[in-house]
Design a protein around this ligand. Structure first.
Ligand code: HEM
Length: 399
């Protein structure tokens, strides 16, 4: 059997400084045309749905957070501790127990219960641009919406939303290999502050118990065997960090797609029932998690290739989601059979998927009515794709 390192493979550098926007899609399409596997920084990249799902779902793989951090010299300190405790880096029985405790707060029905809050937040944010016909969308709508929403989910005061946003942004950089080497002190500082904040939040909830996610976790902690205090703090932090810049970035990319396709925006305004399929189309076409990763915890044979233990594999959701017949067109009226890999697959499938979809759907319904004839009002600026693929600025105008 051929070992993966002996294969003659094309190269794909997901750390290339110019990899964003159109260039990123074109370069990925060119490398995927040569086959399902390419060589990439730290290992390999899988460019096809079936193979991607195989590595995401395999019990012989794990999320390589710890190994990648070690590679960049993060072997001790706050970030190393946090990575070790992050639910994404846990597996087996411990991971199942923690998912069992937080899962009920994130079911489709639980997400639906937040819809009135979502509408209320959108109305409040919209009031700020009521008489305007242009804005920078990321700072005006996407950022406050996502961070106010996570404050509500955690039972934190709305006034704290900007701080939660700031911390989430920094903490999520643990998944960005460029930031791990260049911005470690800022990530560690954010973690220190966020851990202290979560301790305070838990103390407040203890003093005034609420029937919400944090309340349920505190009950589990009190029962002792089900949840330790450290696990409780880390779970709250995982939700805080995972739930802000993800939704913010996906909404911003979605609005950019619509601003580039005015016919689709007009269609959505006329038929708000298309908001749900529109969210599916945005998530498919522009995944803000273009690459998730796995490490082989033991040797794996797949398609006649041996992947030795410790091989790191990036799984490309962008290519998987555009595989024929889905393609590259943005069309909110077309339903696709296959599930996108944007939220991952298998045991670590995104915990917040239902909340994120509901937040995006409510935002599209509201914004398509409030911002008719939406178009770009300048050149949007996207980030790199090595961590969360976000938008730095998105100038838009409407009539
Ligand atoms: C559009 C928005 C979002 C996207 C695209 C997204 C994407 C993902 C992906 C790809 C994973 C799996 C990573 C892997 O297996 O390697 C994941 C896991 C996770 N997500 Fe999300 N996410 C989003 C929103 C949210 C929200 C709103 C929350 C919380 C409120 C959240 C919390 C989490 C958590 C806690 C995990 C870890 C689950 C586990 O390890 O079992 N996410 N997300």
């Amino acid at each position: 059997m051929t070992t993966v390192t002996d294969l003659d493979l094309p190269e794909f550098d997901y750390l290339a400084p110019d990899l964003t926007g159109r260039v990123y899609h074109q370069r990925l399409a060119a490398v995927a045309a040569q086959g399902w596997l390419a060589r990439a920084p730290l290992g390999f990249v899988v460019l096809e749905r079936e193979a991607g799902e195989f590595f995401l779902r395999s019990r012989q793989t794990a999320f390589p957070g710890r190994q990648i951090a070690q590679f960049f010299g993060v072997t001790g300190g706050r970030l190393a501790e946090h990575i070790d405790a992050n639910i994404l880096n846990l597996s087996g029985e411990v991971h199942r127990r923690l998912r069992g405790l937080v899962g009920p707060a994130f079911t489709p029905r639980a997400a639906d219960r937040w819809r009135p809050t979502m509408r209320d937040l959108l109305t409040r944010i919209g009031a700020g641009i009521d008489t305007a016909t242009s804005c920078e969308f990321v700072s005006t709508v996407a950022k406050p919406y996502a961070s106010l929403m996570i404050s509500a989910v955690l039972g934190a005061p709305a006034a704290d939303a900007p701080r939660l946003h700031e911390w989430s942004n920094w903490i999520q950089k643990q998944f960005d290999v460029k930031a791990l080497s260049a911005e470690l002190p800022q990530i560690e500082k954010a973690l220190d502050e966020a851990y202290a904040y979560v301790e305070e939040l838990l103390a407040r909830h203890r003093a005034e118990p609420m029937d919400d996610l944090v309340g349920a976790l505190l009950v589990a902690e009190d029962e002792g065997a089900r949840l330790s205090h450290d696990e409780c703090v880390n779970l709250v932090l995982n939700v805080l960090a995972g739930g802000v810049d993800t939704t913010q970035s996906q909404l911003a990319h979605g609005i950019r797609l619509f601003a580039e396709h005015p016919d689709q925006w007009a269609l959505l305004r006329d038929r708000p029932e298309l908001a749900e399929p529109a969210v599916a189309e945005i998530v498919r076409l522009e995944p803000i998690t273009p690459f998730t990763a796995r490490i082989c915890v033991e040797p794996i044979e797949y398609r006649g290739v041996l992947f030795p233990a410790d091989t790191v594999i990036a799984i490309c959701a962008e290519r998987a989601n555009r595989e024929p017949p889905a393609g590259d067109d943005f069309d909110i009226t077309v339903e696709h059979d296959s599930r996108p890999l944007t939220f991952g697959a298998g045991a670590h499938y995104c915990l917040g998927v239902n909340l994120a979809r509901a937040e995006l759907t409510e935002a599209l319904v509201y914004l398509s009515a409030q911002m008719p004839d939406l178009v770009l009002d300048g050149t949007p600026e996207a980030t790199g794709v090595e961590g969360i693929y976000g938008m730095r600025t998105l100038p838009v105008r409407w009539s």
